[in-house]
Design a protein around this ligand. Structure first.
Ligand code: F6R
Length: 614
């Protein structure tokens, strides 16, 4: 949600900043802008719409050469997405240029005070007032670092701010509270970015910053302080992926590339999870066996796709550990006065590690003395940093706004957590855990098989270009898969799509079914329980009312054939693991249908990758 870049060094800042914005554009694409320090003045350019509009503007009207600059790609909160509201914003005398990600909650008060003092504010944004406030400070004689510290003390809300001062050409100053910011450490140059993708082609050495910090970068130095000027340490780390991970690699969309990366991502997430003795080990987890034995309730909190991963996790954790699990939308969690104590394990699932709703939820949980475990894909992000324990997924950077490999690797982490707790608590025998691990280790190969059948799914997707509504049905662990399939279609194809538990349909939603309505059905594997048969009953009910059923069913399931207008085969896996294979055709379906409809799959309207506002 908004991408931010800063640079000081010998290269042309405009090129470095615009390239960084290109890699962060997935975070927001309502407008883009840059500001450079040159000849004692700020030179800026900003344009509504995608980065391409800014690039055209810069080609028509190049900015002067400069080694110091900041940039921004916006997901609008305060004010419409137009040129005037685009960042950077400048102070009253155009001395300070500033970009911002987040929301300043006391902006109305601050704005009123500035206006009373005669400041003319050009935009509707909360950001412009911060530019004015910082400029007032530097005009009073302090340097940009001190100015930023002082201003941060009066701001409320969530923010990453990055600023330059026309009269201090070799310094970029940034601040963060509840919003992401990392420093890229170069040789004779330094970088700032909302995430490391912004500077990955220049350096893989990064500095993670704590909460409420101000950082100053110059060509040769990086200094971090708190909001009162006291020095604090950042944490250095090396990024374990490179530029190629942030490129499309011959695919038309990042999303498609990321769907096809899933065999690898799942394998990476499983790597190194077993000791030589064959026991499950979760090295980074940081919860002792005693703490795990203490757990008598699990509450999973997450948003969107991560929430659906949490729904699958409930089936797995309850089945393998017999610990009751609640799954809760993070935006709702703390407003319902949840019952928590020290023996409740709160599991926060977040691909980005920055989702504001989930972050606030874990903070609430920690005030209630619960232990918080994060399942996260982004090293150094806020949610794992503020959690007691973490399981990192190893999906690599996910750039497509619609989550794909992020979801599958979250599922893997949830299974690992469930099995690990079962191992520690002794609720499952070692050989059973071993058997599930072997089944999990076979999943990358199964996903390859599903991907090899992509053309069949693409054909089905293209047949639905004129469709206005699509339903998804599932049961048990297939129910969250149905919800996820529907979310993918809403997000990128802008179609009405809804997922239902197949058994629930007859209690109302079946009234939606009419002649020709496409319904994608996630058919559970045949087993000793009644799931498969009950699913077939549900499918019969909708077919009887004219629906066109596209069934995802395991190899060898002949019983489903009479009820499927189209049949996509899935590899045979146990019901609890089926989401790992059944989700993939639904991702392919959404991606291809959105492409056929002419939509921008990687940058769907109104969305942003990481939602850092509540
Ligand atoms: C859907 C999607 C979103 C995210 C949600 C949570 O494709 O990407 O629904 O899953 O915003 O994001 P994280 O997992 O980063 O907390």
């Amino acid at each position: 949600m908004c991408g931010i870049v800063g640079y000081v060094g010998p290269q042309q800042a405009q090129d470095v900043v615009v390239e960084g914005l290109r890699r962060l554009e997935y975070r927001g694409y309502d407008s883009a802008g840059v500001a450079l320090v040159s000849g004692g003045a700020i030179a800026d350019a900003k344009k509504a719409g995608k980065l391409a509009n800014l690039e055209k503007e810069l080609a028509d009207r190049p900015l002067p050469a400069s080694g110091t600059g900041i940039g921004h790609t916006r997901w609008a909160t305060h004010g419409a997405p137009n040129d005037v509201n685009a960042h950077p914003h400048l102070g009253h005398d155009r001395r300070v240029g500033l970009v911002h990600n987040g929301i300043i909650e006391n902006f109305a008060d601050l704005r009123a005070r500035l206006e009373a003092d005669g400041h003319v504010l050009l935009s509707e944004t909360d950001t412009e007032i911060v530019a004015h406030l910082v400029e007032l400070q530097v005009a009073s004689g302090v340097d940009l670092t001190t100015a930023m510290q002082r201003v941060c003390q009066v701001l409320e809300g969530a923010f990453t701010l990055v600023a330059v001062d026309a009269e201090d050409p070799d310094r970029v100053v940034a601040a963060r509270r509840n919003s992401p910011l990392v420093v890229g450490l170069g040789e004779g140059e330094n970088f700032l970015g909302s995430d490391v993708a912004a500077f990955i082609e220049h350096t893989r050495d990064a500095l993670e910053l704590g909460q409420d910090t101000v950082v100053t970068i110059t060509r040769d130095g990086v200094e971090v302080t708190d909001f009162h000027g006291a020095p604090v340490e950042g944490t250095r780390y090396h990024v374990d992926w490179d530029l190629s991970a942030a490129e499309k690699d011959g695919h038309d969309w990042f999303m498609r590339k990321e769907i096809f990366e899933q065999p690898r991502a799942v394998a990476d997430s499983l790597l190194g999870r077993r000791s030589q003795a064959g026991l499950l080990q979760l090295d980074e987890m940081r919860l002792s066996d005693d703490e795990i034995r203490d757990i008598d309730k699990v509450i999973i909190i997450a948003a969107g796709t991560s929430f659906y991963a949490g729904m699958v996790a409930k089936y797995a954790i309850e089945h393998w550990t017999r610990i009751p699990v609640e799954v809760e939308l993070s935006s709702e969690f703390r407003y319902r006065d949840p019952i928590l104590d020290h023996s409740t394990l709160v599991v926060a699932i977040s691909q980005s590690g920055e989702t504001a709703d989930t972050l606030q939820a874990i903070r609430h949980a920690r005030t209630q003395r619960s232990r918080v475990l994060a399942i996260c894909n982004t090293n150094g992000s806020t949610i794992p940093r503020e959690s007691d324990a973490v399981i990192y997924t190893h999906a690599g950077p996910e750039i497509g706004v619609a989550s794909t490999k992020g979801f599958l690797t979250q599922l893997v982490a949830c299974y690992l957590l469930a099995l690990y707790v079962a191992q520690v608590k002794g609720t499952r025998y070692g050989d059973e855990i071993d058997e599930v691990m072997r089944q999990l280790e076979a999943i990358p190969g199964h996903i390859e098989t599903v991907l090899a059948g992509a053309e069949q799914v693409y054909d089905l997707a293209r047949e639905h270009v004129g469709t206005r509504s699509v339903l998804f049905l599932g049961r048990h662990a297939g129910y969250p898969v149905a919800l996820e399939g529907a979310l993918k279609l809403k997000e990128i194809a802008y179609l009405h799509a809804e997922g239902f538990a197949a058994g629930e349909l007859k209690h109302g939603p079946i009234a939606l079914v009419e002649e020709g309505l496409p319904i994608l059905c996630v058919v559970p594997p045949r087993g000793r329980d009644q799931l498969h048969e009950k699913m077939i009953s549900g499918i019969q009910e909708v077919r009887a009312r004219g629906a066109r059923t596209i069934c995802l069913a395991e190899e060898g399931d002949t019983r489903i054939e009479p009820y499927a207008d189209a049949l996509v085969r899935l590899p045979r896996v146990p019901v609890l693991l089926q989401p790992l294979v059944a989700t993939v055709p639904l991702q392919l379906f959404a991606c291809e249908l959105a492409t056929a409809l002419g939509h921008d799959v990687d940058q769907p309207r109104n969305l942003a990758k990481s939602v850092t506002v509540e």
